[in-house]
Structures are given as C-alpha cells and as structure tokens.
Design a binder for this molecule. Structure first.
Ligand code: NAP
Length: 243
C-alpha cells in the first residue's frame, strides 16, 4: 500500500533532497514550501521527467491555521499520513544581547513551533492507524550550542527534547520519533560561508569532506524503513562533532 509523507521546507536544500529520495522510493510525497514556489514547481517537474508524481503545497509552517489547512488537505485526499519530516528552518547570526522578541518569535516559531504544530495535527491520524514515523531535522548546534546562534541553538535543542519525550509518549502507538542533527551541509543556509571557511571546515572534519543534502536524505530513507529506532538524535557530520 502506498505510503504518504509530508516534508516541510522541501523547496530547497536538505528538504528538497529528502522529498526526492522518498518519492524515488515509491512514497507519495507532499512537498511543502512557503516562499520558493518556483523551486517547488521545478522539483515537481524534475521528478515528473522520471514518471514520479509529487504534490507541492504552500504553507507557512510557523502558523497554526496554515499547518491545519495543509494537513486537512492531505488527509482529505489521501486519508492517512505515514511519515512526517519536520525540516523547515531558518538560521540567524547575531550577538545574543542584540536579539529582540521579534527575532525570538521568528526563529523559535519557524524552527520549533512548526514541528510542534505539524506533529500535533498529524498524530491523531497516526494513532488511529497505529503506525507512523516522525523525523525532525535538528542540528549539531542543538547538541553543542553555537556562538552567535543562540536562538537557533535553543530551537534545535528544543527539537531534540521534543524528539526524546514524544518517542516515549508515542512508542506504544507504534509511532517512531527521531531527529537527525546535521553538521555543516552545503545549502543556501550556508551561502554566507566563504571558500576559505569551507576549506577550513573540510580540514577540521575527520572524514575530510563537506556534507551534502544527500547525506541527510539517505538517513531519512533508512529511518523510514527501520522499525526499532526511536527517540534518537542521529548526528551526521563527518566526525566534525562527536558527542
Ligand atoms: P535552506 O536551503 O535555506 O532551505 C530551507 C527550507 O525551509 C526552504 O525550503 C524554505 O522554504 C523552508 N522554510 C523556511 N521557513 C519556512 C516556513 N515558515 N514555512 C515553510 N517552509 C519554510 O536550508 P537547509 O540547509 O536545507 O535547512 C533545512 C533544515 O536543516 C533546517 O531546519 C536547518 O536548520 C537544518 N540544518 C541545516 C544545516 C546546514 O548546514 N545546512 C545544518 C544543520 C541543520 P521556502 O524557501 O519555500 O520558504
């Protein structure tokens, strides 16, 4: 039977690659986007050339009513959701003392509240079906903390806490909840890094390479197929950070 997956923030970077890999694995993907409609349409087209059909769905996942509407749309059409990947996120570099309440709301709502709202809307259906797989895309900064990225680190640490606690609460309903905590991955989010900084990162990484979206998508694919892993924060970073 066809499985249904929602991937948030699938227009670009890591989410886009996750959407591709799942779709190529015979999973019906609903690829969420917010601002990048052109990129989302390109993804749909690209997959259509391989005879794979995905749906793209616009929603700002930091807003409850838009999350609710998207999930209701998916359930109205497909009746179930087997997989949820909470990937949408933004970064921000600022001195902690300069952060405002607006910054707090933007970063926390986009990175953490979105996962809270998406998961809440999706789990009644998963509980009813006694089956589900939730994957949160966190960050190594949620484990170790990053200077100039305190709000981002808080949002990802919150996501890690949510992953562990929810895994315990939802395990008896056969719903697995895991997080992937990537190191630096080559996407638009890191467009501010210079060539020199990338080279330095590569040198500091035991595996001697830079992470690509595919490295994260492979792990998502594995977690979707697995059935005995839950409550784990899987850090994929080439050995850059070993906790
Ligand atoms: P990216 O290339 O900047 O893509 C971010 C994606 O999130 C875009 O598709 C964007 O969609 C979506 N998004 C942002 N705000 C949204 C909102 N309110 N509603 C719906 N979608 C929204 O970044 P990325 O590197 O792929 O990051 C993906 C995830 O991985 C993030 O959670 C990030 O924190 C995490 N991560 C990244 C790295 C890294 O080094 N790149 C490392 C660790 C963790 P639109 O453009 O359509 O709005």
């Amino acid at each position: 039977m066809e499985r249904i997956a929602i991937v948030t923030g699938a227009s670009k970077g890591i989410g886009r690659e996750i959407a591709k890999q799942l779709a190529k694995n015979k999973i019906k993907v609903i690829a969420n986007y917010n601002q990048s409609e052109k990129e989302a349409l390109e993804l749909k087209k690209e997959l259509e050339q391989e005879n794979i059909t995905i749906e793209i769905m616009k929603a700002d996942v930091s807003k409850r009513e838009q999350v609710k509407k998207m999930v209701q749309n998916v359930l109205g059409k497909y009746k179930k959701i087997n997989i949820l990947v909470n990937n949408a996120g933004i970064s921000e570099y600022k001195m902690f003392r300069d952060e405002t309440d607006e910054d707090w709301n933007r970063v926390i709502n986009t990175n953490l509240y979105s996962a809270f709202a998406m998961t809440q809307e999706v789990i009644p259906n998963m509980v009813q079906n006694q089956e589900g797989c939730i994957i949160n895309i966190s960050s190594i900064w949620g484990l170790t903390g990053a200077s100039l990225e305190v709000l981002y680190s808080i949002s990802k640490a919150g996501m890690n806490g949510m992953t562990k606690a929810l895994a315990k609460e939802l395990g008896p309903s056969n719903i697995r909840v895991n997080a992937i905590a990537p190191g630096a991955i080559d996407t638009d989010m890191n467009a501010n890094l210079t060539k020199k900084e990338w080279n330095q990162l590569q040198e500091e990484t035991p595996l001697g390479k830079i992470g690509m979206p595919e490295d994260i998508a492979k792990c998502v694919k594995w977690l979707v197929e697995d059935n005995f892993t839950t409550g784990q924060i899987i850090s994929i970073n080439g050995g850059w950070v070993i906790t």
